[in-house]
Structures are given as C-alpha cells and as structure tokens.
Design a protein around this ligand. Structure first.
Ligand code: FAD
Length: 528
C-alpha cells in the first residue's frame, strides 16, 4: 500500500512541510513507501526493504549521516505508538538534539493522542471501552485540503536513487492465477471505497457490528477499510468527520460500541492500551495479561494455520485469510477462539503471529489487543462463552456457500453435512466426491471434549491468577499448573484428537502441499 496523493487530510506532516517549501521530509509512520517519494538508497545498506511487503523501514542509521550529508534542517514524521518505532524515534530525537535539527512529530494516525488519554485516566491506560470513552473529548478535525503543489524532491540526492514502486513481479508474485486479495492499494482506491460506503447513508446509520454476516464474501458486511486505515491511505480523521456528517443528516443512527463510530473508537482504545502497556505483545511480563498454561503444539498450530482442522467453517475462514489477507471480525473471533480457549489451547501469541503475517490490515496494537481479548487473556473474562466451530456460522449461511467457495473440495457436500462433513455417510461422501480423511481432513479434535478440557484448564488458570491478587503468578507456578493439568486431563484417554477417533484410524496427516511458485518466491524474497 502506498500513498498516491499527498493529502494533509491523511497526513499533516505533508501539509506541514509543503507550507514553506521545506527541503526535506522523511517517510512518516514508516508504513508506506514514503509520503513524498518512494526512495531506495543504493548502495547504502542501512535503508532498505525488509521483512514485510509494503513496509519501508527507516533506520536511524540513515538519518544520522543523512542529516549531515543532505544538510537536513527539519525532520517531520508521524508519531508512532509501536515499541520499535518509539525506540527509533527516541534515537532520532537524540540525533536531532546533537545536530540542532528542527523536529516535528505530530499525532495523526489516531483520532486522539494516546499519551493524553492515558494522562487523563490518571497515568494508566483505561482497560475497558467504557472507561476509555469517558476520557474522550471532541477529536481534532482533518487538517484540510491538500496543497495544490508540494516541492519537488531535490535533484541532488547524493547517492540516492528515486525508483518506482516495486511491481508485484518484483515482490515475487509473478504468476498469480489463484484468488487474490480484492483490496487494491493506495489512497485513490481507499477514498473511492470510503465514498461508496458513506453514500449508503441508511446502511451507515443502521450499522451494528454484531448483526453483520461473517460469511458474506461477495459483499462483505463491514467497510473493509482496515487496510487503508492501517497504512494511512485513508485518514481516520477524515473517515470520522465524514461519518459524523452522515449521522447529522439522518433522523437516527446506531451508537458505540456497535456502530461504525464505535468501531473507530475500538481502534483508538487498542492503540491507547498498546501505547501504555509494557510488553503488550506477549504474555510473560505483560501486566494486563493473564498467565495461562497454553500449549506449544506445532502440529495443532499448523493444522489451524493451513485451514486443515477438519471444521469447514474454521478452515474456510483461514483460507480466506490466506487468499484475501482479510476476514470478517466475527470470523476472526471464531478462529482465534478455536485456536486458544475454545478447542486447541495453543498460545495466543502463535495465532497473533499467523495473523500478523497474513493480514493485509495487520496492526500491532489492534491485533495483539484482540488476541488477548479472544483468548480471555485480558479485557474479557467469560471464557466459558465460546464460538462453536459447527453451529456459529450456520445461522448466517445455512447452505454453506462461504465454505464451498473457499474449500472447493466440499462444493458438492449436501447442506445437511456441510458444517460437519465427517458425519456424512460414506455413500454421501462418495457422491460428493469428497472422502473425509482423504480429500478433506477429519476433525482435529472432538469439539465437545476438547472444549470441556479447555474450560477446565481456563478455570484452573483463572484461579491461579486470582490467587496472585494484584500481582501475577510466576512462570514456575504457571509451569507447575501446566504439568498438573496435563497429567490430569490426559488421563481422559477419549479426550481429544482424531488419533483417538472411534474407528481407531490414525489421524489424517494433512498432505504437505508442494510449495506454489508464489510461496517459493516469497520465501526467497524474505531471505534476501
Ligand atoms: P469495520 O467494522 O468496517 O470497522 C471500521 C474500522 O474500525 C476498521 O477498519 C478498524 O480500523 C476499526 N475496527 C473495527 N473493529 C475493531 C476492533 N475490534 N478493534 C480495533 N479496531 C477495530 N483489525 C485490524 O485493523 N488489524 C488487525 O491486525 C486486527 N487483528 C484482529 C485480530 C483478532 C483476533 C480480531 C478478533 C480482530 C482483529 N482486528 C484487527 C479487528 C477487526 O476484526 C478488523 O478491524 C475488522 O474486521 C476490519 O474490517 P473492516 O475494516 O471492514 O471493519
């Protein structure tokens, strides 16, 4: 995703620099290809594409010499809340102090300044949405229209090459025949989507998130603006201001937390908590996270990640994630619950990593916050309330069209069995050209039994955390609980995985798929 316009509505930094023709602006919020011009420094090794497609990482090691070589007088960048960015910006500030450079770092990626919200809340981030909303005042308006022109980059860029944005081919997506993300990048596309969505005023006014259909994929039930918000292609302030205009034109509208406004405030909530919480992205050492003896089970994790759990609704959602880089919020709920407290009891951080790698809207503050929520590690405590991998989606899509689209091998499975194909008689499986255990996996767990085990484990973990009072249980205590629970629960030999299924057959190991060219090239690209 790259910005393809220089609207200060999405980035006040641009307007800031453009006003008086300042010589140098640096990529802000380092999530795009640079707000002024996509640059790749060659041969300087310290400024390069790393790790994630579409992310340009700006190292302070570039800025430090650059401030001298390029005679930088003023540095402008967007305030960023992620820990690595805070470290980087701290070091940039140190350089600036040494060299007497003017520095502008404004908050614009969020509606509110997380630091101010934390201050208003007595120095701690509010840990409930309601408490968060109580701290809020009117958010600042978008900066305004884009300047008619911004200064051309200097012709004399020393050893810097100005290069075009890399093509899909450059990024290893050469022969792409498979279904791919429908979300084209850039501000033009983001604004087009925003306009289209806001034009349906009735839909906007009536929007209630929990009523949306997570299986709708031809016309998804939500805005699908998350990738554009994440990468700054659509300004959250512009979105918010225009949303309030639509509300003002309607007789009535829905309200937070379920309304569209409410969704943007969830984003603010997680940004604020992420900014103010040490070790927010892990369990150990994170003061808001319950210490739970999760399992480190790579087999279960890979079955989940690869859409091979044998539960079609869960697998279809994970395949949508792989193909589109996106899935509906409630689908995210379902798969996250399944991986953690619902069925597999695998570490939430492992699921977070998979999301982080595959989501086109992958966002550190939101992703970690929601994984903690769904695993009942923080914010949410009703761990016994789970999403059934069988019945939850059925009420939205009784025909199983979503499943049939993302798992074509199930396309001829009758609707009576589409959510539980292992219950179909063999004759039905044969007629549908899909033998369970051969063409599509058997369920990785017996849901009823696995869920009972998970609830027992969660109950014990909650008791341990409660006993620690205002502190947290030590890792030794968590490990001891893990050993105790494993010994006790594994006595129930009928308990979990398909290895123990009634026909005594070994569990179907998911066939290792040959790597597609795309995967190969991506891996190779990552190694570079
Ligand atoms: P809409 O419903 O149209 O909402 C509009 C915007 O509000 C979204 O684009 C997003 O910026 C914000 N928003 C909506 N729901 C939430 C929420 N629960 N928390 C915070 N902000 C929200 N969202 C991400 O943007 N990046 C992530 O990495 C991410 N990881 C998630 C992981 C899990 C386990 C779960 C359960 C949710 C996650 N979400 C994440 C939140 C949410 O699912 C997505 O923001 C939403 O589905 C994106 O689709 P949309 O733009 O159509 O949302």
């Amino acid at each position: 995703m790259c910005h393809d316009a220089r609207s200060p509505a999405f980035n006040p930094m641009v307007g800031h620099d453009a006003r008086d023709g300042a010589q140098c602006g640096l990529p802000s919020h380092d999530t795009g290809c640079g707000d002024f011009y996509p640059i790749r420094i060659s041969p300087a090794p310290s400024f390069r594409f790393v790790d994630k497609i579409g992310k340009l990482f700006l190292r302070e090691s570039v800025v430090a010499p650059g401030t001298v070589e390029w005679s930088i007088k003023r540095l402008c960048f967007e305030h960023d809340t992620e820990p690595y960015a805070q470290d980087r910006d701290k070091r940039i500030k140190e350089i600036r102090e040494k060299r007497g450079i003017e520095l502008h770092s404004l908050v614009s990626h969020t509606l509110f300044n997380p630091a101010e919200t934390i201050l208003k809340n007595g120095g701690k981030p509010p840990l409930t949405y309601q408490a968060f909303c109580r701290t809020l005042r009117k958010p600042p308006k978008p900066v305004g229209d884009a300047p008619a022109a911004i200064p051309e980059p200097s012709k004399d860029l020393m050893d810097v090459d100005v290069v075009p944005i890399p093509s899909l081919q450059d990024l290893g997506y050469a022969d792409l025949n498979e279904e791919f993300t429908p979300f084209g990048g850039g501000e033009t596309e983001g604004l087009r989507r925003l306009d289209k969505m806001l034009a349906d005023k009735k839909w906007v006014a009536e929007f209630e998130k929990p009523k949306g259909n997570p299986t709708a994929f031809i016309k998804p039930a939500t805005t699908c603006l998350s990738p554009y918000l994440k990468f700054g292609c659509v300004s959250v302030r512009l979105f918010y201001a225009r949303l309030l205009t639509v509300y003002s034109e309607m007789k009535k509208h829905s309200h937070p937390p379920v309304s569209l406004e409410g969704q943007l405030l969830w984003r603010e909530f997680f940004y604020t908590v992420g900014y103010g919480t040490i070790n927010y992205d892990r369990m150990v050492g994170n003061p808001i996270c319950r210490q739970i003896p999760w399992k480190d089970d790579e087999v279960l994790l890979s079955r989940w990640r690869d859409g091979q759990t044998g539960f079609p609704w869960i697998d279809a959602a994970m395949i949508q994630l792989r193909k589109w880089g996106w899935m509906h919020h409630l689908a995210r709920h379902a798969v996250a619950c399944f991986l953690t407290r619902g069925d597999l009891f695998v570490y939430w951080e492992k699921g977070r990593d998979v999301f982080d790698r595959l989501l086109v809207d992958s966002d550190w503050a939101i992703n970690n916050g929601n994984w903690m929520w769904l695993s009942a590690s923080a914010f949410f405590a009703q761990y016994h309330r789970i999403y059934s991998p069988i019945t939850f989606a059925k009420k939205h899509d009784p025909e199983g069209n979503y499943i049939k689209h993302f798992i074509p091998v199930l396309k001829d499975m009758p609707k009576a069995y589409i959510y539980e194909p292992w219950t179909a008689p063999l004759s039905v499986q044969k007629a549908a050209n899909c033998i369970i255990g051969k063409d599509y996996p058997k369920p990785v767990v017996d849901h009823a039994i696995a869920n009972k085990k998970c609830r027992d484990r969660m109950g014990a973990a909650f008791a341990l955390n409660k006993a620690a009072g205002s502190g947290q249980p030590t890792q030794e205590q968590v490990n001891a609980l893990n050993e105790k629970l494993t010994a006790k629960l594994d006595e129930d030999s009928d308990a979990s995985i398909a290895a123990e299924s009634s026909d005594g057959e070994p569990p179907p190991s998911p066939k290792p798929k040959p790597k597609s060219k795309r995967q190969r090239t991506l891996t190779e690209y990552k190694k570079k």
